[in-house]
Design a binder for this molecule. Structure first.
Ligand SMILES: Cc1ncc(COP(=O)(O)O)c(C=O)c1O
Length: 394
């Protein structure tokens, strides 16, 4: 039985109708750029998150770039992130002119590890003004941990290390909208744990647009004003440019579609979690747990329902490429997120890294395999996926 990796049509006719109605409404009133549709979505999203400010952007990538620009990050600065993730995070840091410093990940969770962060920060020297400097002499301004695959980083752990060294955190919540974290200050939703954050609404995300879209999130009203300026060429008054920005505006159609889909998000996330539980049962029943490592659930003990929202279901498996080839032959959807860690990407060769520099990220890139997890995936399809992996490994 073929199994798709992802199938948007499984969201069903109710969602299709809501999306069409929203898009047609915008086509009807022709208010395509900013305005009430965008503000409506931004307000609904902030209410869903329980506070803060949401500034709709043309993509998750542009949301991050706008945040970095609003913070004034550029040449002479350095920003820390991880090498095992989607390219955008490091790409944006590079585009501002800042230096990228990589920090390796935790082998169980795939995310920034507070201890690796601590040893990286401890290795940096302080300049005469008291700021931490990269080995190239750039001022460390920011740390960007990534909540990968729908799980959440150890934000209290990372926050404590960052505070000890006086550096701020910008949270990449591109893949984690709806996830909840039991911080030492109380329960927070991904996107509002650190002072600034961004989310992607790429169509395959848990909350996906009908095209590209994203949002920048922040706790501070002044930062939100800066972000609104930056997304619109640095303008407040038309044709008067306070700062240099870009065209990072979210389309009104996308905002309307996202606003229509937002009420479904918690239900979809619950379905993804139920699919993960079915995988666990199926892998256990198949006797594969000695060979296959299932995704970690680092915050299960918090007791929060949305401790993980399973944007992706990424296992680690021996002979990964052979297993993948076997699944592909059986028309079972699967993918490698991500095959080449960022420190070894051709475009970052100028950073001078070599294989072995970030061994945990390199191992993750060699062993990980993403399986279907989307809402609407059927129990018998999960059995088929697990059966396919068993026949490849036995
Ligand atoms: C971790 C991460 N960061 C950033 C982005 C960039 O978002 P977008 O594709 O909306 O530009 C993505 C999107 O796939 C992502 O997964």
């Amino acid at each position: 039985m073929p199994v798709p990796l992802f199938d948007l049509s499984r969201l069903g006719p109710r969602v299709d109708e809501a999306v069409k109605e929203a898009a047609l409404r915008v086509l009807g009133h022709r208010g395509y750029v900013l305005g009430a549709e965008v503000e409506g979505f931004e307000n609904d999203l902030a209410a869903y998150l329980g506070g803060g400010h949401a500034v709709g952007m043309s993509s998750g990538t542009d949301a991050q770039l706008a945040l970095l620009m609003a913070m004034g990050i550029g040449e002479g600065d350095a920003v820390i992130s991880t090498p095992y993730t989607f390219f955008a995070t490091a790409g944006c840091i590079h585009r501002t002119g800042a230096e990228i410093l990589f920090c390796d990940i935790d082998p169980a969770t795939f995310m920034m590890d507070p201890e690796s962060l601590r040893s990286l920060l401890a290795s940096l020297k302080r300049g005469p003004e008291g700021f931490l400097l990269s080995p190239k002499g750039n001022r460390l301004r920011l740390i960007v941990p990534i909540h990968l695959f729908g799980a959440l980083c150890d934000m209290d752990g990372l926050g404590a290390v960052a505070a000890e060294y006086g550096v701020e955190i910008l949270e990449d919540a591109a893949q984690s909208l709806g996830a909840e974290y039991a911080s030492k200050e109380g329960v927070k939703k991904a996107g509002l744990i650190a002072p600034t954050s961004y989310v992607s609404f790429y169509p395959s995300k848990n909350l996906g647009a009908a095209g590209d879209a994203g949002v920048a999130l922040c706790l501070d009203a002044e930062m939100a004003e800066k972000l609104r300026r930056v997304r619109n060429h640095g303008m407040e008054q038309r044709y008067y440019h306070k700062v240099v920005g870009g065209n990072f505006r979210i389309d009104a159609i996308q905002a309307a579609v996202l606003r229509a889909k937002l009420p479904f998000l918690d239900g979809w996330n619950a379905t993804r979690r139920a699919n993960a539980a079915t995988y666990r049962e199926a892998f256990t029943a198949a006797g594969l747990l000695d060979r296959v490592t299932l995704p970690a659930e680092p915050h299960l003990a918090s007791g929060l329902k949305n401790h993980h929202i399973y944007h992706q279901y990424v296992i680690r498996v021996p002979k990964r490429d052979a297993v993948m080839a076997h699944l592909v032959e059986k028309k079972i959807g699967c993918a490698i997120y991500y095959p080449v860690p960022l420190h070894l990407q051709e475009c970052f060769a100028y950073l001078g890294h070599k294989p072995g520099d970030f061994p945990v990220s390199e191992q993750a890139a060699l062993k990980s395999l993403a399986l279907p997890i989307f809402p609407g995936l059927r129990g018998e399809e999960i059995q088929e996926v697990v059966g396919g992996i068993k026949s490849a490994l036995d």
